[in-house]
Design a protein around this ligand. Structure first.
Ligand SMILES: Nc1ncnc2c1ncn2[C@@H]1O[C@H](COP(=O)(O)OP(=O)(O)O)[C@@H](O)[C@H]1O
Ligand SMILES: [Mg+2]
Length: 233
């Protein structure tokens, strides 16, 4: 695609959904070769929308944070005390930090656990590998319960342990942020914190509680304290 056509295509897709700065960032990602094509929308949320796209033949997910509607207060609470990020001066800059955080969190762990592979970040946009096929995202574990709950629970706990040993706590783990794609895939890493973060312990406990609560539905009982200990071992 030449430049003019690319801009035209982008404008057509966005149809007033994106502000100028987001369009510029998308264009930058195209120009740098981190994205070739943007396709349909897969998810709309308060904080962000997720789109399907292509990078060569590879399918990618494009997560675009909304500057207008993102929950500035919650973001501020969770990013404060994270020594990787400081110095934001307004809502927009905080959201850029938030997206960097998600990218860096993924970068830390993607080699060791099932999760999207981070590809690029540009201001309020994150590009990562797509979990799913032909534009259809893998279902969330909430919508497609696992055939083998025992095995899934063990795997998810193994991922939590693995992340912990790499110095990261997911911070927003639940059946909503696990995709069921034959194996569990963890997504949505923007809340993730390092072990020295003031909220680290609280978030780790919450992650474990959410996961154990979900698997209780399948008659699997596991003690929260014991599980927590086993993660830190
Ligand atoms: N890498 C990905 N591959 C496939 N689908 C994804 C990917 N990332 C997100 N999605 C889809 O978008 C939805 C929302 O993404 P998520 O990161 O959980 O954002 P949020 O919960 O903040 O809206 C997910 O439930 C999933 O359906
Ligand atoms: Mg989510």
């Amino acid at each position: 695609m030449d430049k003019k056509q690319t801009e035209y295509e982008l404008r057509k897709i966005s149809e007033g959904v994106f502000d100028k700065s987001t369009l510029m960032s998308l264009y930058k990602l195209l120009k740098k070769g981190y994205l070739n094509e943007m396709r349909g929308i897969i998810s709309t949320g308060k904080e962000s929308n997720v789109y399907h796209g292509l990078l060569g033949k590879k399918e990618v997910a494009i997560k675009i944070y909304s500057i207008e509607t993102s929950d500035f207060k919650t973001m501020d609470r969770y990013i404060k005390g994270d020594h990787r990020f400081h110095g934001w001066r307004n809502r927009r800059q905080l959201i850029y930090c938030w997206v960097q955080k998600e990218f860096q969190n993924l970068s830390k762990v993607y080699r060791k656990i099932n999760c999207p592979v981070p590809i690029a970040v540009e201001k309020n946009i994150l590009v990562m590998s797509f979990i799913g096929k032909n534009g259809i995202p893998a279902p969330r574990m909430k919508d497609l319960p696992p055939d083998d709950p025992e095995g899934y629970l063990e795997k998810i706990l193994k991922y939590i342990r693995e992340m912990y040993s790499l110095g990261l706590i997911h911070g927003d783990l639940s059946e909503y942020n696990v995709l069921n794609w034959k194996q569990p895939y963890l997504i949505d890493f923007s809340m993730g914190v390092l072990l020295d973060h003031p909220l680290a312990e609280e978030l780790l406990q919450r992650d474990i509680r959410n996961i154990l609560n979900y698997f209780r539905k399948f008659g699997i009982e596991k003690d929260e304290e014991e599980t927590l200990k086993s993660i830190k071992k």
